[in-house]
Design a protein around this ligand. Structure first.
Ligand code: DGY
Length: 432
């Protein structure tokens, strides 16, 4: 076995707690929704029972309405802000009684993660038996999205917080934050005790993050009230791509299991509508890329980020549109002096190459990009993405994010021994 893979396995073993994985020691001491999905893919290569347990634990925290929270607070760590007492998930009448959590979610990756576990497993019968015990919960999660967050009935669901996007402090949100004027809250941050402040969001940005939660809490995390009142309400191409990809995986898995025609039909109906609206509403001809739509302020957010390319992974663009998209990718993000793929348009004045989601390369987005490029047979671009990803980790370590500029000597930023970086490197090393 390759040394890098051995190291990756060790990281995942160290970050395993009782029944779930933390993304990173100190900085992120609980279970995060989309992290847990990516982590399970890595675990599946050397310990399938842990991969299953990771997903089982996440789904155990599901609310009665199908909602799955973004953080599950399994323990009382005080190294993280805002913690369970701030989020107060029990304000929602259908929240889990067993677990404290946040009242927001993260990209719905669990559906396609189950299909990845099926792909990786050497015992197809065993993994399918496992999938059968959890798949309805993932279906219920999709049902929650389409029934509560598709307010225009077009197959595109909203996110109500930048933390729901996964791309927490992307410059995409700057325009929205300009429409808000939140109070200056008093709070003690913990993230900047673990990571250099120049690599994290600012205090003022946190005021905005907290304010959106305050509005949601005031209305007990009620979806209708949030849709009506949240200052942040966005249709995100990354989030919706994850949902669409996961729909597709649920259809494939239900077909393998058999006897679930009604659910398959429902998923196909959602799928068709979602893909149609996605292509109609979330593509900018001008930019040659998919973009976000700001529902609150009723306008497209005309910026290119690594989220713009996620639709390839979900099979959303036509072949012709995929070519346009890949041309944009290589022209803007694929220059010789840059590693693929910066999280925000490197030619934009808002690009900040060290700051979290305002520019750095993230391994999960690279993984999504790689798989998307492969599916559309962009072999060279896919190989470049894979090689850049492995080079970054080999050269600098299993960091949370990386500087895209090749001239940098120390390009690893944020948390070290980061779980999804380790997990997805394992998967990439197994790819041809
Ligand atoms: C953080 O605390 O920055 C987390 O990423 C939110 O999900």
């Amino acid at each position: 076995m390759n040394e890098l893979e051995k190291e990756a396995i060790k990281i995942l073993q160290n970050n395993w707690r009782n029944g779930f994985s933390i993304p990173c020691e100190g900085l992120y001491p609980f279970q995060w929704k989309w992290d847990s999905g990516f982590i399970a893919i890595g675990l599946a290569y050397f310990d399938m029972s842990k991969a299953k347990e990771e997903i089982t634990t996440l789904l155990d925290a599901q609310w009665k309405n199908g909602f799955i929270p973004h953080i599950i607070f399994h323990n009382e760590s005080d190294s993280y802000f805002p913690g369970p007492d701030y989020h107060h998930s029990d304000l929602h009448p259908k929240a889990s009684k067993k677990y404290k959590s946040t009242g927001m979610t993260q990209p719905p990756v669990t559906g396609f993660v189950l299909e990845e576990l099926y792909r990786i497993s050497k015992d197809k019968k065993d993994i399918l038996q496992y999938i059968e015990t959890v798949i309805d919960k993932v279906y219920d999660n999709h049902h929650y999205f389409y029934n509560n967050r598709d307010i225009l009935n077009e197959g595109l669901v909203y996110i109500y917080h930048n933390w729901e996007s996964g791309t927490d402090n992307s410059p995409l949100w700057d325009d929205i934050f300009k429409t808000m004027n939140p109070p200056k809250y008093t709070f003690e941050r913990r993230d900047t005790t673990h990571v250099d402040a120049s690599q994290r969001p600012s205090k003022r940005e946190y005021d905005h993050y907290l304010h959106i939660i305050e509005v949601a809490k005031e209305h007990h995390y009620n979806d209708q009230k949030i849709a009506e009142l949240s200052p942040f309400l966005v249709q995100d191409p990354l989030f919706n791509s994850m949902l669409i990809k996961s729909n597709q995986s649920l259809i494939a898995l239900y077909n393998l299991i058999g006897n679930n025609q009604e659910k398959v039909n429902q998923l196909k109906t959602w799928q068709e509508k979602s893909i149609h609206s996605f292509n109609k509403k979330l593509f900018s001809e001008k930019l040659g890329a998919y973009i976000h739509y700001d529902l609150r302020n009723k306008k497209p957010l005309e910026y290119i980020s690594s989220s713009s390319f996620a639709p390839l992974f979900a099979g959303i663009p036509s072949k012709e549109r995929a070519s346009v998209l890949v041309k944009t990718l290589m022209q803007k993000f694929g220059k010789k002096n840059l590693y693929l793929c910066a999280s925000f348009d490197p030619s934009s004045e808002r690009y900040e190459p060290k700051k979290y989601w305002r520019g750095p390369v993230w391994i999960n987005l690279n993984w999504i990009l790689y798989k998307g490029l492969k599916q559309y047979n962009f072999e060279n671009e896919a190989q470049r993405t894979k090689e850049d990803t492995i080079t970054l980790v080999k050269k600098f370590g299993f960091y949370e994010y990386f500087d895209a500029r090749k001239e940098k000597d120390n390009a690893g930023y944020g948390g070290l021994n980061f779980s999804w970086t380790a997990a997805l490197i394992i998967d990439l090393l197994h790819e041809k």
